[in-house]
Ligand binder design. Structure first.
Ligand code: IPE
Ligand code: IPE
Ligand code: MG
Length: 241
C-alpha cells in the first residue's frame, strides 16, 4: 500500500498554479466567485491524492501579490473564501495528517485571516503525511525582496559577513526555508507563464502546462501529469552518460 515506495519516480515536491477558475465560471454564465468556490473544492481532492502518488510536498498558488488589481468584489470574495476554507477544512486536514504552511506577505492580509492561518499552522505542525503549502499574497520577487531586506539587516548588525553570503544564505531567508525546491510545477488553464511563482526555487523544476481549467483538474488528471514526469530526464546542467 505505501505507494511512495512503489513510485520511485514520483516528484517529492509538486507546486501548482491553480489557474482558470474565472473562465470556468464564465463558461457557465456564473460569477467568477462561483469558479473560485469550485476551485477550492478541488484543492482537497488533490491534497488527498498526494500520499498514494508519492508526493510529500504540495505547494499551491492561491493569491498573488498582483491579484489585488482585481475588482474589490472579487478580492473580498476570495478573502472570505480563504477564511471559510480554513474553518471548514481544519479538522479534516488534521485527521488526514496534513501539515499546512503559508507563504507570502501576511502584512497586507486581514488580521482575522492571518489569525486563522497561524492557528492552522500550529494545529497541524505535528503532521508529516503531506506537507501542504498555500501561497497567499505571494509573489516571487516580493519574497526575494523581503528576504534580501532581512539579510541586509543581519549584515548591517554585524551578524553575517557580506563575503559569506551565498545562495544558501539567501535561501534561509525565503518564506520557503523549510521546504525542498519543487521538482515539478504544474499550471492549469493553458497559460504558459510563471506569473511570479517560486522564481528562485524553480530554477531546476520541470514544468507542465495543462489545458484543463483548475475546477476540472481531477485527481485522475493529476496522476496522469505525474506519470509523465516519471519519464523525464533531469540533467541539472550536466551531460548524462
Ligand atoms: C485562478 O483563477 C485563481 C486565482 C488567481 C485566485 P483565475 O481567477 O485567474 O481564473 P481565470 O484565469 O481568470 O480564468
Ligand atoms: C496566477 O494566476 C496566480 C494564481 C493562480 C493565484 P493569474 O491568473 O493571476 O495570472 P495571470 O494574470 O494570468 O498571469
Ligand atoms: Mg488566471
Amino acid at each position: 500500500m505505501p505507494a511512495a515506495d512503489s513510485s520511485p519516480q514520483a516528484p517529492q515536491h509538486v507546486a501548482i498554479i491553480m489557474d482558470g477558475n474565472g473562465r470556468w465560471a464564465t463558461a457557465r454564465g456564473r460569477p467568477r466567485l462561483f469558479g473560485h468556490q469550485a476551485g477550492a473544492r478541488r484543492v482537497s481532492e488533490i491534497v488527498e491524492a498526494c500520499p498514494d502518488l508519492g508526493v510529500r510536498y504540495l505547494t499551491i498558488f492561491a493569491f498573488s501579490t498582483e491579484n489585488w488589481k482585481r475588482t474589490q468584489a472579487e478580492v473580498s470574495g476570495l478573502m472570505t473564501l480563504f477564511r471559510r476554507y480554513i474553518i471548514k477544512e481544519a479538522q479534516r486536514l488534521l485527521n488526514k495528517r496534513v501539515r499546512v504552511r503559508f507563504i507570502g506577505d501576511r502584512d497586507r492580509l486581514d488580521p482575522k485571516l492571518v489569525k486563522l492561518m497561524d492557528e492552522l499552522e500550529t494545529l497541524t505542525a505535528g503532521n508529516d503525511h503531506v506537507n501542504l503549502t498555500i501561497a497567499l499574497n505571494y509573489g516571487g520577487r516580493d519574497e526575494v525582496t523581503r528576504a534580501t531586506r532581512r539579510l541586509a539587516h543581519e549584515v548591517a548588525a554585524g551578524r553575517i559577513d557580506p563575503d559569506d553570503v551565498g545562495a544558501e544564505t539567501l535561501s534561509r531567508f525565503l518564506d520557503t526555508h523549510t521546504l525542498p525546491d519543487p521538482d515539478l510545477v504544474i499550471r492549469t488553464s493553458g497559460e504558459a507563464r510563471i506569473s511570479n511563482f517560486l522564481l528562485w526555487q524553480s530554477a531546476y523544476a520541470e514544468y507542465e502546462f495543462v489545458d484543463t481549467l483548475w475546477p476540472d483538474f481531477t485527481a485522475e488528471k493529476f496522476a496522469k501529469v505525474l506519470s509523465g514526469y516519471g519519464k523525464r530526464e533531469r540533467r541539472y546542467g550536466a551531460v548524462l552518460g
